[in-house]
Ligand binder design. Structure first.
Ligand SMILES: Nc1ncnc2c1ncn2[C@@H]1O[C@H](COP(=O)(O)OP(=O)(O)OP(=O)(O)O)[C@@H](O)[C@H]1O
Length: 531
């Protein structure tokens, strides 16, 4: 974990301007702090020597107001920068993953952790840690430079003792890095496990296995708690250590100034400026040390996210309008040694093509390869943009209308939507909802039956603009009557598009123009063309 990775400026250009503003504010704060030391010592000297207080007091008041304004501006810019950078990071991660194949994307647990907690933890990194880092780079240098002119002996003490702070901070940082990595891993485990349990909750409860998960989640949470406590302990200890060190260093300056004051080798004003300036040289570095712990998660998340944003991904399918084919296609799942598909040559003719084959032979995998969602391990796929309806189609928490027109890429008039719904006998279901097409759907289409969901995603495919529609078991959840209706819609859809459907239903097979039976380990068992 580096204190600052310049890659953040390249990958997240939104960070450049606020960071430059924060740097400018940091320099101004440093200058104002030095000015305050002079003004304060003038006030004290005036009080001690009975001189007029007016001017020094006015300067001091002005400087306090100026510093307050700078602090307010800094807080505002930092907060805005934190939110905008973490939002931009989340957006870029998601759009990058969407442009990648399923094999290249991180596993769901890592992805969810990085895009949620990871992106959120970048906020304190940008809003608190980076401004502190800028101050630490600017203010001590300014303070020491001024001290050289004011009192070179105090400057020498500061220059000799100051490096101890970053040295200690670096030593503590090295330990923190390992603890943060462990904490990050524990968090990803917890998120992944929680995600799996929430997904499988109905099944677990139905089989009376819910209680076991309570125990497992308890164990994973305890592991996360332990790693978090280690990080917190380190944070408190290191803050205390840096605080102590800085206090000792300031005390050395104060003692030397005090001794010289009693010997009369230095005047009160100079001595006071030296004593007031010395802490300003140490304070910004102490603050970096303190902020470092709350920002460590953000730095870790950025270290994980930036390489993902740098990956340039090309879609595995070559767009060829009017052509949908595979040549010597092979596919092996990552981490597996056994290919699921091997040496597959396939040309999909216009009309309706039905893929059949025993369970597990790779039909769904083949559809994902044709859709460009997976990168072939061997051979190639040539395909125009496709619309894939999977066995577990995606419905989002938006209105029915938004879910329907998601793949259209154009403004779809309501008449067309209702006509498509009517074709699938869904118009009654939607019209019965209080808000009609504007009715919001819950996660995963909650509020609709499995059969209604299957018909809704078919309506979405019908409204879509892709030339090729790939359907994975489109009638698996439907009764015979609904299946017959869906089959006739698919048949009509295949009049002006290429439709490839995976099915176990002989009724759909009977309507096919082309039949591609696949054997185990998807080698075509000879092609059978019906029409
Ligand atoms: N993410 C994955 N990682 C590793 N192996 C996988 C993955 N998904 C599927 N497989 C394996 O690949 C093979 C083909 O799976 P696929 O889902 O393509 O079969 P299918 O023919 O569509 O099956 P079904 O008719 O039961 O839906 C199976 O043996 C399956 O275990």
């Amino acid at each position: 974990m580096r204190p600052f990775d310049p890659a953040i400026l390249r990958t997240l250009p939104q960070a450049r301007r606020p960071l430059a503003t924060l740097a400018a504010i940091g320099v101004a704060q440093g200058a104002a702090t030095i000015g305050t030391a002079f003004a304060l010592s003038s006030v004290v000297v005036a009080v001690v020597k009975g001189m007029p207080l007016g001017h020094p007091a006015a300067y001091l008041a002005l400087l306090f107001v100026f510093r307050g304004t700078l602090a307010l501006a800094g807080e505002r810019v930092a907060a805005a920068a934190g939110t905008s950078v973490s939002g931009a990071l989340r957006e870029q991660l998601l759009s990058r993953w969407l442009a990648q194949t399923a094999d290249e994307r991180p596993d769901p647990a890592t992805g969810v952790t990085l895009a949620s907690q990871g992106a959120a933890s970048v906020e304190p990194y940008v809003a608190r840690y980076l401004p502190a880092l800028v101050s630490a780079a600017v203010v001590p240098v300014l303070a020491v430079l001024v001290l050289v002119f004011v009192d070179w002996l105090s400057a020498l003490v500061v220059v000799l003792t100051l490096p101890l702070l970053p040295l200690f901070a670096a030593l503590i940082g090295a330990t923190t890095r390992d603890a943060t990595e462990r904490r990050w891993g524990a968090l990803a485990d917890l998120s992944g496990h929680f995600l799996d349990v929430v997904r499988g909750l109905p099944t677990l409860v139905a089989y009376g296995r819910g209680d076991r998960q309570v125990k497992t989640i308890g164990e994973v949470s305890q592991a996360h708690r332990r790693t978090t406590m280690v990080t917190l302990r380190l944070a408190f200890l290191s803050s205390a250590a840096l605080e102590l060190l800085a206090t000792i260093c300031v005390a050395i300056v104060a003692v030397t100034v005090g001794l010289r004051l009693t010997h009369g080798s230095i005047d009160l004003g100079t001595g006071l400026v030296a004593i007031l300036l010395a802490p300003e040289a140490y304070w910004p570095i102490r603050r970096v040390g303190a902020e470092f712990h709350s920002a460590a998660d953000g730095a870790e998340a950025l270290a994980a996210a930036i390489p993902m944003l740098d990956v340039v991904s090309t879609m595995p399918t070559t767009a060829g309008p009017g052509t949908l084919s595979a040549r010597d296609l092979g596919y092996t799942y990552p981490g597996s040694t056994e290919p699921v598909i091997e040496g597959l040559d396939l040309t999909i003719a216009p009309g309706l093509t039905v893929l059949t084959g025993p369970s597990g032979c790779g039909k769904s995998t083949l559809l994902e390869l044709l859709a460009g969602l997976r990168r072939p391990s061997a051979g190639s796929v040539t395909a125009p943009p496709t619309h894939l309806v999977t066995q577990r189609p995606f419905l989002t928490t938006a209105s029915i209308r938004d879910n329907l027109v998601m793949g259209a890429g154009r403004a779809v008039p309501d008449d067309e939507i209702w006509a498509t719904l009517r074709e699938l006998e869904l118009d009654g279901v939607v019209a019965a909802q209080r808000q009609g097409l504007d009715t919001p759907l819950g996660d995963d289409g909650r509020g609709l039956s499995a059969g209604q969901r299957a018909r809704l995603v078919l309506a979405r495919a019908g409204l879509g603009s892709a030339d090729v529609v790939l359907l994975d078991e489109p009638t698996a959840h439907l009764d015979d009557d609904s299946a017959a209706l869906v089959h006739s819609v698919i048949r009509r859809m295949a009049r002006d598009r290429r439709v490839v459907a995976v099915t176990h239903r002989p009724e759909l097979l009977a309507l096919a123009d082309q039949h591609v039976p696949l054997l185990t380990r998807s080698i075509p068992a000879g092609r059978e063309v019906r029409a």
